[in-house]
Design a protein around this ligand. Structure first.
Ligand SMILES: CC(C)(COP(=O)(O)OP(=O)(O)OC[C@H]1O[C@@H](n2cnc3c(N)ncnc32)[C@H](O)[C@@H]1OP(=O)(O)O)[C@@H](O)C(=O)NCCC(=O)NCCS
Length: 163
């Protein structure tokens, strides 16, 4: 793959599970729990998903879940390992933020594996989210079961103008 990767980010699209599932399946160190992966596939199908494209190839995706007029979440995201560290994840998050700010969303959260469960892959994931401006908010020790402590990370996207 070229050093300089001329990828593009799509607008949020519905019905993208068929092109995103192979990315989840190619990242077993992060998405190794079959039941959780199937749930992500179901959610990707019905939730708005931004794709990172290189020519016709999908290299990565980010699926959004909106919880209220003010708050949204990265439901799941992934980039093929051969394309890591080329700015694709950063571009997906940045484009998602453009979309959310335009809708008036103020708070952006993501849930990931907490550092209380040592895992080198997820340590890199948390470093990525921190680099995008997300900050650790709270650990939910049992949300995903005691063996998968959940860390909630949050980013303030900016307040709406006073009406
Ligand atoms: C997390 C993930 C989406 C990041 O995507 P990416 O395209 O590799 O990330 P980027 O190249 O845009 O990285 C942007 C910045 O994040 C930080 N970062 C990214 N990967 C990092 C790592 N492995 N270690 C430390 N910092 C990292 C860096 O600051 C990086 O900027 P730099 O390369 O200029 O230093 C990707 O690594 C991935 O798919 N991981 C496996 C699946 C996963 O963790 N999904 C999220 C689970 S909810």
């Amino acid at each position: 793959m070229d050093q300089l990767l001329a990828f593009t980010i799509t607008e949020p699209l519905l019905g993208q599970s068929a092109v995103c599932e192979p990315i989840l399946r190619a990242l077993p160190d992060w998405f190794g729990i079959e039941e959780a992966t199937r749930q992500y596939v179901r959610e990707i199908e019905i939730l708005p998903t931004l794709l990172a494209l290189y020519e016709d190839r999908v290299l990565g995706f980010l699926t959004l879940k909106q919880h209220s007029p003010y708050a949204a979440e990265i439901c799941v995201m992934g980039v093929l390992q051969l394309a890591h560290r080329r700015g694709i994840g950063r571009a997906l998050v940045a484009q998602a933020e453009v979309v959310l700010r335009a809708q008036g969303v103020e708070f952006f959260q993501v849930k990931t594996l907490a550092p209380t469960y040592p895992d080198p892959g997820y340590a890199r994931t948390r470093a990525f989210y921190e680099a995008q401006g997300f900050r650790p908010l709270e650990i939910l020790p049992t949300l995903w079961g005691a063996e998968n402590p959940c860390l909630v990370m949050i980013k303030f996207l900016g307040a709406l103008p006073e009406s």
